[in-house]
Ligand binder design. Structure first.
Ligand code: DQA
Length: 147
């Protein structure tokens, strides 16, 4: 059976392409998701993607992934720094969990230095622009093994 990766995108990531391209790069979210999906399919994974500007939608997507998806790759946007609700939901998910960021929050404003998700994920990848997503896929592949 094909293993599924749930790719989650939090608030304001729907604005990529025009949102601070000097920080986040020129690609739109659709382009990031297309690249990720094609590369994942080449490795034998299926991908389901959700972007939401609402915390509860992301929490419910994590709940729905329990027992269905084998991995979650999440860029929670600014909710990374505030959301104990997403962290609690991820803690219940039994599969692989990778936190991903285009920029390097640790090198930016102090409020970005805290991640509520960091302690409940397998690992975090940040600061490599579009390559952060392919590194996150590598991490999933590494942890789940060849398909
Ligand atoms: C981000 C970093 C967050 O601090 C910010 O709020 C975002 C994007 C990133 O991908 O670099 O929305 O998660």
């Amino acid at each position: 059976m094909t293993k599924e990766i749930l790719l989650l995108s939090g608030p304001n990531l729907d604005q990529l392409g025009t949102r601070s391209p000097e920080i986040y790069g020129p690609l739109t979210l659709v382009e990031h998701v297309d690249r990720f999906t094609k590369a994942a399919e080449d490795l034998g994974f299926g991908v389901r993607h959700l972007q939401s500007n609402f915390e509860g939608d992301l929490i419910e997507a994590v709940h729905a992934a329990r027992g269905r998806s084998q991995a979650i790759v999440i860029n929670a946007g600014a909710l990374t720094h505030t959301s104990w609700g997403i962290a609690d939901a991820l803690a219940m998910f039994e599969g692989v969990k990778i936190e991903v960021h285009l920029s390097n929050p640790a090198a930016r404003e102090p409020f970005r230095h805290v991640s509520t998700l960091a302690s409940v994920v397998n690992g975090s990848i940040a600061g490599f622009g579009a390559t952060s997503y392919s590194l996150a896929l590598d991490a999933v592949h590494h942890l789940l093994g060849p398909q």
